[in-house]
Design a protein around this ligand. Structure first.
Ligand code: GLU
Length: 276
């Protein structure tokens, strides 16, 4: 009885909340120009998406700000939200974010759940090892090794599909893998070359690690969207404008400076997703 009454109250509250949101229409937490835009980025990938106190830095952040500005959202209208690899599709499907710029590879299985604009960069999967490592020279030399990657990433998926004989250890973020690599808990980390270069080049990590430098995949970074989003074409236009203006290269150079990273010559991307 008590339960039923509580249930009824909860149901009424839910209806009221629904009514409120529908009355609020596009004013209530939606992504229309003039309002806030919620953008998912990584918080723990230096040079790409990084949160330092209340500051956000990196190439993903720069592209996000540029695109947002082109869509009519000045910087003070952006709310950055943490988007770990495993949570990205859900964040978009449940409308917790409007766009994701988070080293997010465009692929067919993800397209079943989310939409993509872009790509705005093309990375390649590589390996990071300790500076004194000599036995790991590429993905062929991982037999019997412990390899760290991140749950929900294409990096971990590619290992499961293509690399036999390796012991895959999954973490929530690549920074979590780094501690394991340093203490010998794993022998290598795998993800996109540009992410590994950024992690290895921070003040705290300098000299401790090296990127193997033999990329074995193509990872086109898209802008993740809810499938119902109508922003795709405008986002592609904004990315092209950022490339043509020179701001794209300026940001990429600045955010990879001192890492030794050289982007593949697939960059800047020449072709974009066909928007639905
Ligand atoms: N680009 C890959 C992916 O989208 C690896 C990097 C990441 O986990 O963000 O899964």
């Amino acid at each position: 009885m008590r339960k039923n009454r509580l249930g009824a109250i909860a149901a009424m509250a839910a209806v009221a909340a629904l009514a409120l949101t529908s009355c609020g229409g596009s004013d209530a937490g939606s992504d229309e120009a003039g309002d806030k835009v919620r953008i998912g980025i990584k918080f723990d990938q230096p040079g790409l998406g990084f949160k330092d106190g209340d500051k956000y830095t990196g190439f993903d952040v720069d592209v996000a700000k540029y695109v947002a500005n082109e869509l009519g959202y000045s910087e003070d209208k952006i709310e950055f939200v943490s988007a770990p690899s495993a949570n990205r599709e859900t964040l978009l499907e449940t409308n917790q974010v409007d766009m994701i710029f988070a080293t997010y590879t465009i692929n067919d299985s993800r397209k079943e759940r989310v939409g993509f604009a872009g790509p705005y960069f093309i990375a390649g999967q590589d390996l990071l090892v300790r500076a004194d490592e000599s036995s790991i020279t590429g993905k062929e030399s991982l037999d019997g090794k412990n390899l760290c990657s991140v749950t929900g990433s294409t990096s971990a998926e590619n290992v499961k599909k293509d690399i036999t004989g390796v012991n895959l250890v999954e973490q929530q973020g690549y920074a979590d893998c780094l501690g394991l690599l340093e203490t010998g808990g794993v022998d290598a980390i795998t993800t996109d070359d540009i992410i590994l270069a950024g992690l290895a080049a921070t003040e705290a990590n300098k000299g401790k690690f090296k990127v193997v430098g033999k990329p074995f995949s193509e990872e086109p970074y898209g802008v993740g969207l809810n499938k119902t989003s109508e922003k795709c074409a405008d986002i592609n236009t904004a990315i092209q404008k950022m490339i043509d203006s020179g701001d794209w290269k300026k940001s990429l150079d600045m955010n990879t400076e001192g890492t030794g990273y050289v982007p593949s010559d697939l960059n800047p991307p020449k072709e974009f997703e066909a928007c639905a």
